[in-house]
Every structure is written in C-alpha cells, then in structure tokens.
Design a protein around this ligand. Structure first.
Ligand SMILES: C[S@@+](CC[C@H](N)C(=O)[O-])C[C@H]1O[C@@H](n2cnc3c(N)ncnc32)[C@H](O)[C@@H]1O
Length: 240
C-alpha cells in the first residue's frame, strides 16, 4: 500500500515537474539575462545599451582577432571596453565621458562622474591594459599611426560623427578589423520609402523606426554594404 502511494506520488511529482520545468527554466534564464544585461554587479556599474547577444558577438569578433593594439571610440562605463580588453594587448579607450550631444547620456553624466565609474569598474575587475583617453576621437586622430589591429566605434552616432570615425580604418594594420554598434540593418535592404527617410535624416536615432540612420547610411557610403552585420544584433564589422 505504502509502495503504491510512493509510486503515485513520484508520478504526480514527475508530471508536475514536466509541466513546469520549461516555464521555470525559461523564467530563470530570463532573470539571469536581465541581471547580466542590467550590468549591475555589486560595486560594478557596467550599464550598457548593448544586448547580451551583442556583447557575446563583440567578444567573439575580438577573441578571433586577438589584437595587440585596440582602439575603442565611445566607452561610457566600460562594458564594451572590458570585453575588448580581455582579448587585447592594450586598449586605448577614447571618450570625453560626457555623453553624446543631445542624448540621455548627457543628463546622466551631469549627475555622476562617468570617468570615475569607468576607472572604478576596471580596477574592481582587475583590468590593467586599458588606457583611457579623455577627449573626442577627432582630437587624437593624428596622434595614432598605422599601428592598430582593432577599432570599435560606439561614440558619436550622427552621420558626420560616424563618417569621421570610419576614417580610423586608415589606422589599421593589414588584416585589421573595424567594427561597431548600432547598425540595425543594411541600407540597401530597407524598403524604398524608409531608405529616403534614413538618407535625409540628421537624427542619431529614429525612435519610431528603431534605426540609427547615421550609422546605417555612413556604412553604406563607405563600404557599399559589403560589411557584415551579425544576425540578431546591430554589431557590424569589416576586415580591412
Ligand atoms: C553609447 S555610449 C558607449 C557605450 C559603450 N560602448 C558600452 O557599450 O558600454 C557612447 C559614448 O560615446 C561617447 N562619445 C560621444 N562622442 C564621442 C566622440 N566624438 N569621441 C569619442 N567618444 C564619444 C560618449 O561620451 C559616450 O560615453
């Protein structure tokens, strides 16, 4: 009788588990992703606009390249910097640490010292191969020779800003990789009416379209859409 009850209990538990396993697993996965995506771990504030998939993609691109010298344009609190640093000899992280003009970052940067947060994050994570350069990418363009293996662009997202930053490909050694964030699609793959809108737009982000017109059109102008955009992300890259 007891054995029969145990068996029944086990079957009941199994069927309950089967029914709830997937949703519980999915919920747990979403919680972990949310935690990672939020970028807050104890004293570390690595808040970023890059999704988990985008961070993993950036990591796989830079890990493949293993740059001796990397340049990052637009570091904010260092989420992308720490990824690049893990696989690089040295990283020059260029950022005025004041936020992109007309963006939410400016208001955030007015409330707290972003450079201090950036340095604190690197210190806690034990990363010592990052050299912050406090200023705009254009200010130090001429300081660098053709000595860079990897450039990551996530700074000024206006079209003139991106076009200027794409000139950093001139700093790449043979086989170097230039990549960046916020290319949601290829310009040539947009429907005709959206192409017009993107081409004419001077905004850095079209909220209702979920597109960065400056990035999308600048990449089309420079690479004729022969760059790669990694599926499911807005990470673009090109080997030069
Ligand atoms: C979107 S955030 C970068 C986020 C960072 N890559 C991450 O994933 O955590 C953009 C950053 O670019 C910086 N920025 C804006 N214009 C810049 C410029 N001309 N040169 C370098 N950095 C710039 C801003 O101060 C801001 O910190």
């Amino acid at each position: 009788m007891q054995a029969g009850c145990d068996m029944l209990m086990k079957q009941l538990l199994k069927s309950i588990l089967r029914r709830f396993q997937k949703p519980v697993y999915r919920l747990a996965r979403e919680l972990v992703d949310f935690y990672e995506y939020s970028g807050y771990y104890g004293n570390i504030d690595l808040h970023t606009m890059m999704t988990l998939a985008e961070r993993k993609t950036l990591e796989s691109i830079v890990a493949r390249k293993k740059p001796e010298v990397a340049v990052e344009i637009g570091s904010w609190k260092g989420a992308s910097t720490t990824i690049i640093a893990r696989h690089s000899g040295v990283v020059y992280a260029i950022d005025p640490f004041t936020g992109a003009p007309d963006s939410w970052e400016v208001h955030s940067a007015a409330r707290h010292d972003v450079l201090k947060v950036f340095r604190n994050n690197l210190r806690i994570m034990g990363i010592s191969n990052v050299i912050p350069i406090v200023g705009k990418s254009a200010d130090v363009f001429n300081v660098f020779g053709r000595c860079v293996d990897f450039v990551f662009i996530d700074g000024d997202h206006t079209r003139p800003g991106i076009l200027a930053d794409l000139r950093w490909r001139e700093k790449l050694r043979f086989g170097g990789v230039i990549c960046g964030h916020d290319a949601e699609t290829y310009y040539s793959e947009l429907p005709e009416e959206l192409r017009m809108e993107v081409k004419k737009s001077t905004a850095d982000y079209l909220v209702d379209r979920g597109l960065h017109p400056g990035v999308i059109y600048a990449l089309y102008t420079v690479f004729h859409d022969e760059h790669m955009i990694e599926p499911g992300t807005s990470i673009w890259w090109c080997q030069c």
